[in-house]
Design a protein around this ligand. Structure first.
Ligand SMILES: C[S@@+](CC[C@H](N)C(=O)[O-])C[C@H]1O[C@@H](n2cnc3c(N)ncnc32)[C@H](O)[C@@H]1O
Length: 310
C-alpha cells in the first residue's frame, strides 16, 4: 500500500491530499512522529513548512530521510511566512526544485534525491536539547519550533514575578516545556498539577523537565475540554496560563477566550486563575462572563497579569 505523509493542516483546496494520508504534524494529537518512521518508508509527502529556519530544516530533512529515493515531495508555505525561502532550503539538501505560486503560497516540488546531503546535521540542529536560558544554569529541555523555545517569554516572565505560592490541585493550560509549571511545583502545598499542551514536542520536553509524581502532562486541545481532557480535570484549586493567541501562524483571539472558558470550567467555586495577557488582547469580557471576580494584579511593559476567581 502506498504511504503519503501530510505535515500540517493546509487550507481546504490548497493542495490535493490523497485519502488515507498520514498526518505527521506535532500539533495534531494522535499524529505519527516523523522521527519514529524508518528511512525510505514513504511514497509521497506534502509539507506545509513551518516558518522557523531550524524547525523547517529539521522537518524537511526528516521528510527526505523517510521518503523512498525518487518519491515526490511537495513543500509549501505562505509567501510572507517563509514560502520564498523554501527553494533555497531544499536546494541545500541537494534537491532539484520546480517552483510555482498560488493563493499567496509558494510551492516547491522535488523528487527525493538518491543521496540527499546534510540531513543528519539538520535533524540534529532541530532536535530537543537542554537550553540553559530557560532555567540557569542547567537549563530545561526544549526544541526549535515549540513556543519561545530558547528564552523565557517576556509575558511568562511577568507572570512568574507576580505568581503567589499556590496550593492544592491545579492545571497549567498551554504548558509549553513547563516554565510556569516548574515554578508552581516549587510549592510543597501543590498536590497535583495537570499540564496540557497541543504540541507533542512541548509535551515530550515538559515530561522530561517536570519529573515529579504530582505531575501529569497530556497532549490535548484546551479549547475542547469535554472531548480531549480527562474528566478528573475538575474542581481544581488553581489554573496558571499564558494563553496562546496564534493558531497556524495567524493571530486568533478566540484561542485565548477559549482558554479562559476552559479555566473557568475546570476550577472549583472560589478557585483562582492566574494569567498573563498582552495588553491589546481583549480577554476581560470573557473573564468577567466566566468568573465572579477579576483583579488586574500588574499592568506594565505591554502585559497584564490577572487573577480571576470563580
Ligand atoms: C504562550 S505559550 C505558553 C507556554 C508556556 N506556558 C510558557 O509560559 O512558556 C502557549 C502554549 O499553548 C499551546 N497551545 C496552543 N494552542 C493550544 C490548544 N488549542 N490547546 C492546548 N495548548 C495549546 C502552545 O503550544 C504553547 O505551548
Amino acid at each position: 500500500m502506498s504511504v503519503t505523509l501530510l505535515y500540517g493542516r493546509p487550507a481546504p483546496g490548497l493542495v490535493e491530499v490523497p485519502p488515507g494520508a498520514v498526518q505527521v504534524s506535532p500539533l495534531a494529537p494522535g499524529a505519527q512522529d516523523l522521527a519514529d518512521l524508518p528511512d525510505g518508508h514513504a511514497d509521497q509527502a506534502l509539507v506545509l513548512a513551518p516558518g522557523g529556519t531550524l524547525e523547517r530544516d529539521h522537518v524537511l530533512a526528516q521528510a527526505l530521510r523517510v521518503l523512498k529515493p525518487g518519491a515526490p515531495l511537495t513543500v509549501f508555505a505562505p509567501k510572507d511566512k517563509g514560502g520564498s525561502r523554501l527553494r533555497k532550503a531544499l536546494e541545500g539538501f541537494g534537491c532539484e526544485v520546480a517552483e510555482d505560486a498560488r493563493r499567496h503560497h509558494r510551492f516547491c516540488h522535488v523528487a527525493r534525491p538518491e543521496a540527499p546531503v546534510g540531513l543528519a546535521a539538520a535533524i540534529d540542529a532541530g532536535a530537543p536539547r537542554r537550553v540553559p536560558a530557560l532555567a540557569p544554569p542547567s537549563g530545561m529541555w526544549s526544541q526549535p519550533g515549540v513556543f519561545s523555545w530558547d528564552r523565557i517569554d517576556p509575558g511568562s516572565a511577568r507572570l512568574l514575578e507576580a505568581l503567589p505560592t499556590l496550593a492544592g490541585r491545579g492545571a497549567d493550560l498551554g504548558c509549553g516545556v513547563g516554565v510556569l509549571a516548574a515554578r508552581v511545583l516549587a510549592a510543597p502545598a501543590v498536590t497535583a498539577l495537570a499540564c496540557v499542551d497541543l504540541d507533542r514536542r512541548a509535551v515530550a520536553c515538559a515530561r522530561r523537565n517536570l519529573d515529579d509524581p504530582r505531575v501529569d502532562v497530556v497532549q490535548a486541545d484546551a479549547r475542547r475540554p469535554g472531548e480531549t481532557l480527562d474528566d478528573t480535570l475538575a474542581d481544581l484549586d488553581f489554573v496558571v496560563m499564558n494563553p496562546p493567541f496564534h493558531d497556524g501562524g495567524r493571530e486568533d483571539r478566540d484561542l485565548g477566550v477559549a482558554f479562559v472558558r476552559t479555566a473557568a470550567r475546570v476550577l472549583r467555586k472560589g478557585g483562582a486563575c492566574w494569567l498573563v495577557a498582552n495588553r491589546h488582547l481583549p480577554y476581560e469580557a470573557a473573564l468577567h462572563e466566566a468568573f465572579a471576580r477579576v483583579d488586574v494584579k500588574a499592568d506594565a511593559g505591554g502585559y497584564k497579569i490577572l487573577e480571576a476567581r470563580k
